[in-house]
Design a protein around this ligand. Structure first.
Ligand code: PMT
Length: 392
């Protein structure tokens, strides 16, 4: 969940600041891009060089930075998530009361992304009515709070006020970003279309719908408003809006009735259908020797061709290698193409796993190993979130 996400780690002045160095490392190990802000008090406890060595970039320590013109607003906009750890009583008090007198508090006030606070202080300070009230206010503002825990504190004291462990902060950060969808509308197509020859027979393909349904499930958990247009009779998350269809024409109709910000087209849509559908079962005795075919609509083209197209992810089911998929990505004009070689064992139709490569608009390729379809779904959504949020 943290892979590719931008986490701004704000360190304020308590002895627990030393733990934030390890938190920075754990965030990086989880795949996050980490930048650090430190207050003057934090610098009394840990040197900025510690964080620079871990993250590869010097922490930002002043509102009057020499590199950034307006560090608090620029960093506030850069981040996907702001984590304040440790958050001292003074810091909580300032944020709760809108006092932005240092880089950290100014950034928290300037940001619109989720903020996670990890309070740390002595028990008496934690239990003081002012802190209790500030925490209530901060929760009302919608800030997330993790900890504190009970345990050894600075100076040999023991009690509530110990900062949450880095692993706990990491889990909380991951959980918050899991809700990244924030109700954004996402359209997903799944399954193989069936083009009727007569009321009994159809032209179809081997798509089970597992890939598209895995994306829909993952998107619901991330907080997207999911519409799934599918031919497959697979279980779905209760929060999913499901439109069941059979033919390419029906799928097009369902897709046209949606207005998503993001479209992920994983369905295997037939390129041809029988030109005519017999109204009753064609008897064997009639000796049908050929079926005249007609083209089906190109659903992807209709989505990409909208006046304001959504961020569109296409799939390329190929048997002929990556170069053909790259060409298809260009021709289809998608924001992201997911290539799978459907002849590879464990990949493509009907399997629980898939091995895919991402091709972006610039033709840059990221190849993934064989993964469970759910994990492939997560990786696709990571790419979408990074691209869509990056577009601002
Ligand atoms: O369903 P599973 O069993 O889990 O298998 C998954 C899958 C192999 C079906 C899936 O991973 C996949 O590759 N889906 C796309 C299959 C496909 O039709 O590929 P294509 O290369 O023919 O089409 C390219 C893109 O155009 C696709 O996004 C497709 O949805 C879209 N398309 C194609 C034809 C058409 N008439 N309209 C379309 O929108």
């Amino acid at each position: 969940m943290l892979r590719g996400r931008r986490v701004l780690l704000c360190v304020t002045g308590g002895v627990a600041a030393y733990k934030s160095a390890y938190l920075a490392r754990r965030l990086l190990e989880a795949g996050a891009v980490v930048r650090v802000e430190m207050t003057d008090s934090a610098l009394e406890f840990v040197g900025s060089q510690t964080f620079a060595a871990i993250t590869g970039e010097s922490p930002f320590t002043s509102l009057f930075d020499t590199v950034l013109v307006s560090p608090h607003t620029e960093l506030a906009r850069w981040a996907d998530l702001v984590v304040v750890a440790p958050a001292t009583a003074a810091t909580l008090g300032r944020i709760a009361n809108g006092i932005s007198e240092d880089l950290v508090t100014a950034t928290v006030l300037a940001t619109t992304v989720p903020v996670l606070l990890a309070p740390a202080m002595h028990t008496e300070m934690w239990e003081h009515p002012a802190t209790v009230r500030n925490l209530e206010t901060l929760r009302e503002f919608g800030y997330h709070v993790v900890g504190p825990e009970e345990g050894p504190l600075a100076g040999g004291d023991v009690g509530p006020g110990r900062v949450a462990e880095p692993e706990e902060i990491l889990a909380a950060a991951s959980g918050i970003l899991a809700r990244e969808g924030r109700g954004r509308k996402i359209l997903i197509t799944a399954g193989g279309t069936r083009e009727p020859v007569d009321p009994v027979r159809f032209l179809g393909n081997r798509s089970s719908g597992k890939m598209g349904h895995a994306i829909a499930d993952a998107a619901v958990v991330r907080g997207y408003d999911v519409t799934l247009v599918t031919t497959a009779d697979l279980p779905v998350h209760p929060a999913t809006k499901v439109i069941r269809v059979e033919t390419a024409e029906e799928m097009l109709g369902a897709v046209e009735g949606t207005d998503p910000e993001i479209a992920i087209l994983a369905a295997a849509v037939a390129d041809f259908r029988p030109a005519d559908t017999a109204e009753s079962k064609i008897p064997r005795a009639d000796g049908l020797s050929s079926i005249e075919l007609a083209s089906t609509p190109d659903i992807l083209a209709s989505v990409v061709g909208r006046a304001i197209p959504p961020f569109t992810v296409g799939f390329a089911a190929e048997t002929g290698g990556l170069e053909r998929a790259k060409e298809k990505a260009r021709r289809k004009n998608v924001d992201l193409m997911v290539y799978n070689d459907v002849t590879e064992p464990g990949s493509g139709f009907g399997t629980d796993t898939n091995r895919v490569a991402f091709i972006d608009r610039d033709g840059a390729v990221e190849e993934l190993p064989l993964l469970a379809k759910r994990e492939v779904a997560e990786r696709i959504l990571d790419r979408v979130a990074a691209a869509v949020d990056g577009q601002g």
